[in-house]
Design a protein around this ligand. Structure first.
Ligand code: ATP
Ligand code: MG
Length: 242
């Protein structure tokens, strides 16, 4: 479903990605772990066709990011942490519908899909209110609905729970679980090991622009005879000493 080979990206003299290889099967949830500045966001932005790679190949659902970015965009949902990018002056419904329009959905398709998402995400009370005064959790739900308005097969999450309280983080985690149940292919980055252990099938550990380890959680724990946090620190620590 997702094939990344030899992916490279530099920003002037900073080599952010030095040849990344990643493979994610359909329906799989892959956790992307790495310290600050390791290259997680850069990788996800390239997969999301928001940034052009310098070298290597990136194929999503058989399509190359360099050749068919628009087609790829129709099949991916993006939820990046930090600022949600919700327009304060629009209602929740308008915010979500706008993304439907960007994805070439018809007004009736948008209406039906929003009706469904409002029920699933429990947004009845505020769907027609302006988003400006929404709590973080309410905005997060709008961002979730917006990211899946077009029912994509692939979901990319970049630290989606960062800065959220326990309840807000749980909404996102449950959403990732729902994506998995629906057979979507998911990559998400996180600094929270408990979250990674809860949600991921497999992890890839990235350090200074390179993948230093990848595997199923249980396999890695057995291989290193350590918990996730310790093995993560060992892997990124060793590399830093070189
Ligand atoms: N637009 C940019 N311009 C210049 N340098 C950039 C840009 N985006 C990323 N970088 C650099 O590329 C490297 C990788 O950054 P990236 O944001 O991918 O890391 P990250 O793994 O997402 O880190 P974090 O956990 O802090 O979010 C860093 O050295 C960063 O400074
Ligand atoms: Mg980042």
């Amino acid at each position: 479903m997702i094939e990344v080979k030899g992916l490279k990206k530099s920003f002037k003299d900073i080599e952010a990605l030095k040849g990344i290889d990643l493979h994610v099967a359909k329906g799989e949830v892959l956790g992307l772990l790495g310290e600050n500045g390791a290259g997680k966001t850069t990788t996800l932005r390239i997969l999301a066709t928001m940034l052009k790679p310098d070298g290597g190949t990136v194929i999503l659902d058989g399509k190359n990011v360099n050749e068919s970015p628009q087609e790829i965009r129709k099949n991916i949902g993006i939820l990046f942490g930090g600022e949600s990018g919700i327009y304060d002056r629009l209602t929740a419904r308008e915010n979500i519908a706008y993304y439907g329009e960007l994805n070439d959905m018809s007004p009736s398709e948008i209406k039906d899909r929003i009706d469904y998402l409002v029920k699933v995400l429990n947004m009845e009370e505020y769907i027609d209110r302006r988003a400006g005064k929404f709590s973080k959790g309410m905005k997060q739900k709008v961002a979730i609905a917006r990211s899946i308005i077009h029912n994509p097969d692939i979901m990319l999450f970049d630290e989606p729970t960062s800065g959220l309280d326990v309840g807000g983080a749980r909404i996102i985690q449950q959403f990732i679980e729902t994506c998995k149940e629906e057979g979507k292919t998911v990559i998400f980055s996180s600094h929270t090991m408990s979250e990674v252990e809860k949600l991921c099938d497999r992890v890839a550990i990235i350090n200074k622009g390179k993948i230093v380890e990848t595997g199923y959680l249980q396999e890695l724990k057995e291989k290193y005879d350590k918990g996730m946090e310790d093995l993560f620190l060992e892997l990124v620590g060793e590399q830093n000493e070189l």
